[in-house]
Design a protein around this ligand. Sequence first.
Ligand SMILES: Cc1ncc(C[n+]2csc(CCO)c2C)c(N)n1
Length: 222
Amino acid sequence: MAFNFTQLQQACQSEWDAYLQHDFVRQLGDGTLAAGAFRHYLKQDYLFLIQFARAFALAAYKSPTLEDLRQAKAGLEAIVDLELGLHIQYCREWGISEQELQALPEARATMAYTRYVLDTGNRGDLLDLHVALAPCLVGYGQIAQWLNSRSETLRGEQNPYDAWIAMYESDEFQSATAAEIDWLNRELADVSPRRFEQLVRIFSDATRLEIDFWDMGLNQRM
Ligand SMILES: Cc1ncc(C[n+]2csc(CCO)c2C)c(N)n1
């Protein structure tokens, strides 16, 4: 029996919907999110991205083929050479300096999520690691699509969070999401039902940790 990403998502549908349709996301879409909550999220996301870069380095270490190694290297490079720089610039526009980012303590939700991903990759193989990364890589693409499908979502200058939505709806980001789904579909096609159940657990755990990350932002918790 061949499995695919849609089945993984459907096996965790209630967690997946709670992640995509979280109050943080709704409020970001209709422009009512408190600026303090967004700033808290942006600051912790800087720390998240640094740990995420380490997860791509781990993916390189866990790569069995040259193609996988190239993909992991490209992911690591994208975060370190491009996305972290863009994130620092975006934080500056929200009044958060690079010095402030460098001195930040890590919120528990950031630690829990990122270390869960790293531990899952360490104890498992490249597929376990990709499944732990999938809520992050695939979820944000779907969140942008979901926001655009809602009549409540405000686009343009009236919404202070418009640039955030624009980043994740971009063709570049949407095609990275599609490439990740393709990779997962190729790998999931060969797994046994028992292995699939293990992967469902990882996907569910990582999705619940994404929900906690939104909660952390919304409630400005450390
Ligand atoms: C908590 C949290 N979850 C997911 C993302 C989205 N994201 C982070 S890195 C990356 C891949 C880019 O190479 C993506 C899509 C985020 N920013 N913060």
